[in-house]
Design a protein around this ligand. Sequence first.
Ligand code: C2E
Ligand code: MG
Ligand code: MG
Ligand code: MG
Length: 276
Amino acid sequence: WAKADGKARWTLFDPERNAHRMNRQALSRTLRPAVERGEFALQYQPLVGLADGVVRGVEALVRWCHPQFGTLGPNRFITLAEETGAIVPLGRWVLATACRQARRWQLERPDGPPLVVSVNVAVRQVWDSDLVADVATALAETGLPPRLLQLELTESAVMGTTGRPLQQLRELSDMGVAIAIDDFGTGYSNLAYLSRLPVSALKLDGTFVHGRNPADEAIVEALVQLAHRLGLTVTAECVESAEQAERLGRMGCDTGQGWFYSRPVPAERISELLGA
Ligand code: C2E
Ligand code: MG
Ligand code: MG
Ligand code: MG
């Protein structure tokens, strides 16, 4: 059609943008079959106690090992997966795989400190899929105790939850599964609101950790105090230096996660790190 519209159109045609759009279409069409073909892999990144350096948990982060495009990070496909609904089977696979791996770590070091696996959950999994059933199945099939599973939801996934979605959060919490708010501080929710939800942890967004804004320090300190009063633990994301780890520990954050400790790595590297 571009040609029929004459030459002017050709100059408006942005090849880079078009390539991007075609990529999106190609990726979005192949997402679901890719889940069935097993083209995804998980990497894990440790959550470390800021006071004692003990690894308390690991966050599972998905990658697409694409046959043509190589390894794709979640920023390339999670939104597409949400749009197409492929996030539901993909999320189910992530849950099952992360729980299986966490159970292995538990058996590898029966006397070690408990290691929680933290799994990212998309809005759509809470709002229009049977997340409770998927979690229950993953736990039952792997034998992972519910207390060793944490789900990470963004503020937008929990904001305004009523009815069935809220019921799902309550049931998960009643099962003993922890619920964390991911990227906390980037949205519009507040702690007064969150305190009425079955949430047990906050993951402070990296922008606070890197904040050059002098007010950030006061904000983090106050947030941590309030979170602790409400019975929530606090993880600082994107800790990249010893100095940041030290400062966040001083401000009362419980755990830190970031390149300072480890990049996201394959499961075997975590086993080595745990000395199992
Ligand atoms: P997130 O859950 O906030 O995960 C943390 C992201 O920060 C990861 O990016 C991680 O690699 C990156 N990161 C970790 N430490 C540092 C650091 O010190 N500095 C900096 N600059 N970055 C750091 P990644 O793996 O690309 O994941 C991006 C996002 O994709 C995640 O953000 C999460 O929202 C989403 N995601 C990842 N896996 C899944 C999944 O299985 N399901 C769903 N629904 N979303 C996922
Ligand atoms: Mg996360
Ligand atoms: Mg995060
Ligand atoms: Mg994020």
